[in-house]
Ligand binder design. Structure first.
Ligand SMILES: Cc1cc2nc3c(=O)[nH]c(=O)nc-3n(C[C@H](O)[C@H](O)[C@H](O)COP(=O)(O)OP(=O)(O)OC[C@H]3O[C@@H](n4cnc5c(N)ncnc54)[C@H](O)[C@@H]3O)c2cc1C
Length: 485
């Protein structure tokens, strides 16, 4: 390690790594400081008893061909293409997901289905009229407002309210409509309606069992490394090895002094000598905003207040080790019902056989919560017990098939978009970036609900701003193209 680099990056997630790679390609030196013992952040894969576990589903997909080309080159030949298979458990059945309306309607009670068609139809027609009159709405107060406008109240009550409330522990009317705008970007409702009508004409009444191949796949391609999500950060680490870069893990950052452009930290486990390294150009923060703010020598009471009300959502992963080859042929399954403790089930063996020992599989069940709430403080034993019982209830497994378990709690997994998050965020980021020395970046670093492609794209974009000498650049307004929960 040197005592001076062009850039110091806080956090070795994919945003920090892709930024480092882009500036290093242009001859810049970079030091990356990571608090964890492993790089990758939310896109990491952990090893346990011969299994490899991601932090839940981690498919890589992007609409940007240049970005796809870069990431494919970074990972190499082990990055394999898949066709997405996922389903949702509702009304006691596994249905296609993303929803196909006719599939959903068939699963509902008849009266409910008629109401849903009616309310969706009225909405659709009134929106077409508004569009002809050029008075279509573009501004929405909240997520409920947005969903009801596009899909109607009945489908809101069935499809949106229960699952959103389960995931976010908050009613859709208290969540920003930005979340919906990002989440559903690209849906063309006229095409959607045409598809539904076409399919309604040839209804078949097949079963809804887990073995039912006719309900899957639901289309959409993505890439995934044979050894898990970790292949992307590992690929970047390999690529960075060719340039003037260093990565330190198990780092505890203590202070950033902007006056002398230095950062102070210790490395856990080493002798506890404080290290001081200078950055010629900038410090890039991909870590939670609260951490970044706490390292500054500057402070400001209103920024502190904004930060107190800007929350990340946390998550618990319960991994069940299963003594058989396969549970389902889906990449993941969604569970909106309140009485099922987890939101999703992901079976990594379906993604790559190398993720489990031969003849075994595993389920990753995720539970969103906030640090310190009733769920977060539950014992691992009771979380596992409840997950097994829910998995048995929906027909995924039999209790006797579970051979082991692992529970992992991950903080700051989701930026929480409440109604006025945007104003608070702008104030905080502008304060941090004010002196032009620190720049925020990435899902966690700039509080942006995006997938890994968004974090990588943002990293490259910020690096390009620096390389083209636009060093005052910020990615606060980076446009997230498409996300999925
Ligand atoms: C449950 C779940 C499912 C997801 N599914 C998908 C998917 O299917 N496809 C997809 O593309 N994306 C998915 N994502 C999103 C994807 O994981 C993220 O977009 C991406 O990994 C974010 O990268 P990042 O570098 O921006 O942030 P992070 O990964 O959060 O990186 C920040 C880094 O900073 C480190 N750090 C934190 N605090 C400090 C500190 N004080 N000092 C030093 N280091 C620190 C962290 O350890 C971490 O390594 C999912 C995310 C979650 C939570």
């Amino acid at each position: 390690m040197k005592d001076r680099y062009d850039y110091i990056v806080m956090g070795a997630g994919v945003a920090g790594l892709s930024f480092a790679h882009e500036v290093a390609k242009h001859g810049k030196s970079v030091l990356i400081l990571e608090k964890d013992k492993q790089i990758g952040g939310l896109s990491q894969t952990i090893e346990y008893k011969g299994f490899r576990f991601d932090y839940c589903a981690h498919r890589f997909h992007t609409a940007d061909p240049d970005l796809l080309k870069e990431v494919r080159e970074i990972v190499g030949s082990t990055f394999k293409k898949h066709t997405k298979k996922s389903r949702i458990y509702m009304f006691g059945k596994f249905l296609k997901y993303p929803f196909e309306l006719q599939n959903l309607l068939r699963a509902m009670k008849r009266t409910q289905a008629v109401k849903a068609i009616f309310s969706f139809g009225i909405n659709f027609i009134s929106r077409q009229i508004r569009s002809l009159l050029r008075i279509e709405r573009t501004k929405f107060r909240d997520y409920r407002d947005w969903f009801t406008y596009y899909f109607g109240r009945t489908l809101y009550l069935i499809m949106c309210e229960p699952y959103t409330t389960k995931i976010w522990k908050t009613s859709p009317q208290d969540l920003s409509a930005d979340w919906a705008d990002q989440r559903f970007q690209g849906i063309k409702l006229t095409e959607f309606v045409a598809r539904v009508i076409k399919k309604l004409l040839k209804l078949d009444f097949s079963s809804y069992s887990l073995e039912d191949e006719s309900l899957a796949p639901d289309g959409g391609e993505f890439y995934y490394g044979e050894m898990g999500a970790q292949e992307i950060p590992d690929g970047y680490e390999r690529a960075l090895g060719k340039f003037d870069t260093d990565i330190l893990t198990k780092v505890v950052i203590e202070k950033i002094s902007e006056d002398d452009k230095k950062i102070e930290f210790v490395v856990r486990g080493d002798n506890v000598n404080k290290l001081k390294v200078a950055a010629n150009e900038s410090i890039i923060s991909t870590i939670p905003l609260h951490d970044c703010y706490s390292y500054l020598e500057r402070n400001n009471n209103s920024v502190k207040d904004y930060l107190e009300n800007l929350t990340y959502m946390d998550i618990i992963f319960v991994y069940l080790l299963i003594g058989k080859e396969q549970v389902s042929n889906d990449h993941w399954l969604y569970f909106p019902d309140e009485d099922i403790i987890f939101n999703r089930s992901v079976e990594f063996t379906t993604w790559s056989k190398l993720m489990s020992p031969k003849g075994k599989t595993a389920l990753c069940l995720d539970i969103t919560c906030f640090e310190g709430d009733d769920t977060w403080i539950k014992s691992n034993h009771s979380l596992v017990k409840e997950c097994i019982s829910s998995s048995v209830k929906v027909g995924l497994i039999e209790e006797k098939e579970v051979e082991g378990s692992l529970v992992i709690r991950v903080k700051d997994a989701y930026p929480f978009y409440d109604l006025d998050y945007k104003n608070k965020l702008r104030e905080v980021v502008e304060f941090i970036e004010k002196r032009g020395f620190i720049h925020c970046l990435g899902r966690t670093g700039i509080f942006r609900y995006n997938n890994s492609d968004g974090s990588i794209g943002m990293g490259i974009e910020l690096a390009k701003k620096f390389i083209s000498s636009d060093s005052a650049g910020s990615v606060l307004d980076y446009e997230v193209k498409e996300i999925s929960y």
